[in-house]
Write a protein that binds this ligand. Structure first.
Ligand SMILES: Cc1cc2nc3c(=O)[nH]c(=O)nc-3n(C[C@H](O)[C@H](O)[C@H](O)COP(=O)(O)OP(=O)(O)OC[C@H]3O[C@@H](n4cnc5c(N)ncnc54)[C@H](O)[C@@H]3O)c2cc1C
Length: 458
């Protein structure tokens, strides 16, 4: 019998279109393993909302493996040490895995590669970072030309099917118990409502793709309306790799209507991963150094504002609706993410990194590339266009994107207000006493932000 091979799962918790699994299958009995390492990512240790997701996703993966005669081994600790130990116990030499681009995964890959025969495969993105370059050989800094250049390589290869059987070793090594990892919140169980919105795992991901097929053709019109179910909500499934972007691309590209705008959003994901691949510190370091001089408010002084933002009590209904949606469901509509991020950075003059860190802990789709690149994009500190002086006006954005029903859903104190006044109850003098006044007026905030920006430029 051939020696067993290890299949190292990370943010690729699926069996279909899984190049690492496909490669392992041909070589011998397969030992699938997931290793939880809370130390290596340091401040980017998986957040609380994602731990909830991970629990159910691993459970689902184990079930799928068992249906094929295999199972998932769970280990906790340093990835290189754990894999080496597992290799010793099972007499395996080779490890197959999909490549990942977060700095801690790249470090782990290097360390594993020094001890074992690590074979990395593509499949987490439409194209691996670095494939798409300008005619001069540079990486694109701006999304639109990157997207156009990526489109020339599309469609991606057809996704491969799920294997019906996976050979198992003669003896299974020890596995931790998932329940003992304590990934789920208990006291209090703030994730109680998550299960109403989400079904982590490969089956849930495919259901989500199927249910989006009817909407995808209208995506261009509906995607900016927070009150509508106009987007796919695939982000946590894509982040955890429960479905491959190639699979999503092929399912969606055939729908009636024009799904091109949606496909371009998938390319945003590739763009973001390319940026963190090129600049691994993107999550904590301004890409534009002028922002290092930005006179952000000290968080001790701005504490009340920061708490009001996190709790959805800023007095700006669209901002508060978004922050409460985030807390209750672990997700927020993209248009509203832009509004709340802009509000924190510009209206409250709080460093984008504090906002990114809060998103990290509360989003089920928290993703180092997408989160860092989008926060820096809103701040203007990223490698792309400098957006700082474009200060979004939440009170204009809210009616423009027809957010009245969205506000009613997430800010029940305002649910009785009609469409005309609900976006700005303060100005119409209809603010109920249970709802807070604005933390700061728009004009005052705008002037303060622009003055701070001028100061940073010297
Ligand atoms: C401040 C801020 C922080 C964000 N943080 C994250 C994050 O941590 N994780 C995350 O996945 N997305 C993040 N986004 C991007 C975007 O908001 C979400 O991907 C999107 O809302 C997810 O919903 P959906 O799956 O319905 O998206 P759809 O509109 O259906 O898009 C399909 C997929 O395309 C990708 N995508 C869409 N928009 C973007 C984008 N702007 N950047 C990168 N990929 C995109 C996502 O994988 C998404 O699932 C952030 C955006 C902002 C403004």
């Amino acid at each position: 019998m051939a020696d067993p091979v290890i299949l190292w799962f990370r943010q690729d918790l699926r069996l279909s279109d899984q190049a690492a699994l496909a490669a392992a299958l041909g070589e011998g009995p397969v030992i699938p393993v997931y290793i939880l390492d809370d130390d290596a990512p340091r401040q980017w240790k998986m957040g609380a909302a994602q731990r909830w997701w991970l629990h159910y996703s691993l459970k689902s993966l184990d079930k799928n493996l068992r249906e094929r005669g295999s199972r998932l081994i769970l280990r906790r600790g340093d990835c290189a040490e754990e894999l080496q130990q597992l290799a010793r116990e099972t007499c395996s030499q080779r490890v197959h895995a999909l490549a990942h681009y977060e700095p801690w995964w790249r470090n782990a890959e290097k360390a594993v590669g020094q001890r074992l025969d690590l074979q990395l495969h593509d499949g987490g993105l439409l194209l691996p970072p670095g494939c798409v370059r300008t005619s001069g050989g540079d990486l694109y800094q701006i999304y639109t030309p990157f997207m156009r250049a990526t489109m020339l390589h599309m469609p991606p290869s057809k996704p491969s099917p799920t294997p019906s059987r996976i050979d198992s070793p003669s003896r299974w090594p020890h596995s931790d118990s998932l329940d003992e990892w304590d990934l789920l919140p208990s006291r209090p169980n703030w994730a109680e409502a998550f299960a109403n919105d989400w079904m982590p795992g490969e089956a849930g991901a495919r259901d989500r793709v199927s249910s989006f097929l009817d909407e995808a053709g209208d995506y261009d019109l509906a995607r900016n309306l927070p009150s509508a179910e106009g987007t796919s909500r695939l982000s946590p499934h894509l982040h955890f790799g429960e479905v491959s972007p190639a699979y999503v691309w092929h399912r969606i590209s055939g729908v009636p209507g024009d799904p091109t705008t949606f496909l371009k959003e998938l390319i945003w994901r590739d763009y973001a991963h390319t940026q963190i691949w090129a600049l691994p510190a993107y999550g904590s370091k301004n890409a534009r150094s002028v922002f290092d001089q930005m006179p952000w408010r000290d968080l001790r002084e701005a504490k009340g504002d920061f708490i009001a933002w996190k709790k959805g009590r800023t007095g700006y209904p669209i901002v508060d609706a978004g922050m409460r949606q985030l807390w209750t469901t672990g997700w927020m509509h993209n248009r509203v993410r832009m509004i709340v991020a802009s509000f924190l950075i510009k209206h409250l003059l709080i460093d984008w990194r504090h906002g990114a860190q809060w998103f990290w802990d509360t989003l089920v789709d928290a993703d180092y590339a997408n989160n860092s690149v989008n926060w820096q994009w809103v701040a203007g500190s990223g490698v792309d266009a400098n957006m700082f002086s474009r200060i979004m006006a939440p009170l204009t954005q809210s009616p423009k994107f027809e957010a009245a029903d969205y506000i009613r859903q997430w800010v029940p104190e305002l649910a009785h207000l009609d469409d005309k006044v609900i976006h700005d109850p303060d100005s119409y003098d209809v603010r109920p006493s249970a709802y807070p006044p604005k933390r700061i007026g728009h004009r005052e905030a705008r002037e303060r932000a622009l003055a701070a920006y001028q100061q940073s430029r010297g």
